[in-house]
Design a protein around this ligand. Structure first.
Ligand code: UT7
Length: 319
C-alpha cells in the first residue's frame, strides 16, 4: 500500500518582480538572467509568512481533491524558511484549515518535496493514515542578500500542496545526501548566547553556482534512470519529468543526456524563479489545472538542493 494523489493546489504571492525591476537595485540585466537561468519574473511575499502561502496552497488542494480538513490524518510540510522554529509551518496550516491531526515540517532544501512524499509513503505503508496533506512552501526572499546578484535574482516565494489518499501509485523513490556546507549554505539563527564564542554568520543564501550546476545535472540524470528502472519502466514510458525548477539550463542539459523526449520535461521557472521545495508541487498543480495529465501517466520528480540533498521518484497519475 502506498498512496495516490487526490488533488493539487498552489499559491504564489501577488507581487511580481521582473528582471528589469531587479536591475533597478542590483547590477544585472534581463538578458543575463534569461540566458543563464530562464527566469523572467518571480513572486515575492509582501505580507505573507510561509505558513500563509502554505495554507492557500493547502485549501486549493483540498478543494481539488474534494476532501474536508477533518478527513486529513497528518500534515507534512517541506520547508527551509519557516517563520517560527515552533510551531512548524505544518502545524500553522493545521490550525488555519481547522484539521485535527499531527503535523510536522521536514527540512531537505530543494529536494524537500521528494523527501516529504517518501515520508508520507511510510505512514501509508504502516496504515497510520488514510488521507494526508503534503506541502512544499518557501519564503526564500527573507534569506536573500539583496546585494548579491548571483543569488538574489534566482530565489523566490511560493507554495504547492497535494492531498494523498490510499492507493498504489507511488512506484519508486531514491533519496540521497552528501554532507557539504561549502557549496550551498543557508545559515539560520545567529547564535546570540552569552556563552557562544563563534562569530555570527550572515544569514543569507550562499552558493557556488557552477559546482551546484554540475552536481545537479549529473545527479538528476543518474537518479531519473535509477527510479525508472526501480519502477520497471523505460525512459520512453515517462510521460512527464517534473524537475525542481533551479535553472532552465539544468533541465535542458538533463534532457540532452537522457532519451526522454525534451518536450516531456516541464518547466515554469520563467514565471516563478527557484522556489526550492515548492517548485515541484507548483509545477504539478499547473499541469493538473491545465488538464495536461491523463489517467495512467507516469510522472518522474527529481531534485538537487542544499545539503547537498538529492531525490527522485515516480508516480502514476490516477485522478
Ligand atoms: O535550487 C538549489 C540548487 N541550486 C542550483 O541548482 C543552482 C545551480 N547553478 C546555477 O543555476 C548557475 O550556476 C547560476 C545561475 C547560479 C549562475 O550561472 P553561471 O552561468 O554558473 O554563472 P557564474 O556564476 O559562473 O558567473 C558568470 C559571470 C560572473 O562574472 P565574471 O566573473 O565572469 O565577470 C558573475 O559575476 O556572471 C556574473 N553574474 C551576473 N551577471 C549579471 C552572476 N550573477 C549575475 C547576474 N547578472 N545576476
Amino acid at each position: 500500500m502506498s498512496f495516490t494523489i487526490l488533488g493539487t493546489g498552489s499559491y504564489a504571492p501577488e507581487k511580481i518582480v521582473t528582471n528589469d525591476d531587479m536591475a533597478k537595485f542590483v547590477d544585472t540585466n534581463d538578458e543575463w538572467i534569461t540566458e543563464r537561468t530562464g527566469i523572467k519574473q518571480r513572486h515575492y511575499s509582501t505580507t505573507e509568512h510561509t505558513s500563509d502561502m502554505a495554507y492557500q496552497a493547502a485549501i486549493r488542494a483540498l478543494e481539488d481533491a474534494n476532501v474536508k480538513p477533518e478527513e486529513i490524518d497528518m500534515i507534512l510540510c517541506a520547508t527551509i524558511t519557516p517563520e517560527n522554529a515552533s510551531p512548524s509551518v505544518a502545524i500553522m496550516v493545521q490550525k488555519m484549515i481547522g484539521a485535527d491531526c499531527p503535523a510536522m515540517d521536514i527540512s531537505a532544501a530543494c529536494s524537500g518535496f521528494i523527501y516529504v512524499l517518501d515520508t508520507a509513503a511510510g505512514f501509508f505503508a504502516r496504515k497510520r493514515v488514510k488521507k494526508m496533506l503534503v506541502i512544499g512552501a518557501e519564503r526564500l526572499s527573507k534569506m536573500l542578500n539583496w546585494e548579491d546578484r548571483a543569488t538574489c535574482v534566482i530565489f523566490a516565494d511560493g507554495a504547492g500542496a497535494v492531498v494523498l489518499g490510499e492507493g498504489d501509485d507511488y512506484l519508486a523513490c531514491k533519496l540521497g545526501a552528501k554532507g557539504d556546507d561549502d557549496i550551498i549554505k543557508i545559515p539560520n539563527h545567529i547564535g546570540l548566547s552569552h556563552y557562544f564564542e563563534r562569530e555570527a554568520e550572515e544569514p543569507y543564501i550562499n552558493m557556488k553556482g557552477r559546482e551546484v550546476y554540475k552536481y545537479a545535472v549529473n545527479h538528476m540524470c543518474m537518479d531519473i534512470q535509477d527510479v525508472l528502472e526501480q519502477a520497471n519502466l523505460t525512459q520512453e514510458d515517462a510521460s512527464f519529468v517534473i524537475p525542481h525548477q533551479a535553472n532552465l539550463r539544468i533541465i535542458e542539459a538533463v534532457a540532452k543526456k537522457l532519451s526522454i523526449p525534451e518536450e516531456r520535461y516541464c518547466h515554469n521557472i520563467e514565471k516563478y524563479g527557484n522556489t526550492s521545495s515548492a517548485s515541484i508541487p507548483i509545477m504539478l498543480d499547473e499541469m493538473n489545472k491545465e488538464n495536461k495529465l491523463k489517467k495512467g501517466d507516469y510522472i518522474v520528480f527529481c531534485a538537487v538542493g542544499g545539503g547537498l540533498t538529492t531525490g527522485a521518484s515516480v508516480i502514476r497519475w490516477s485522478k
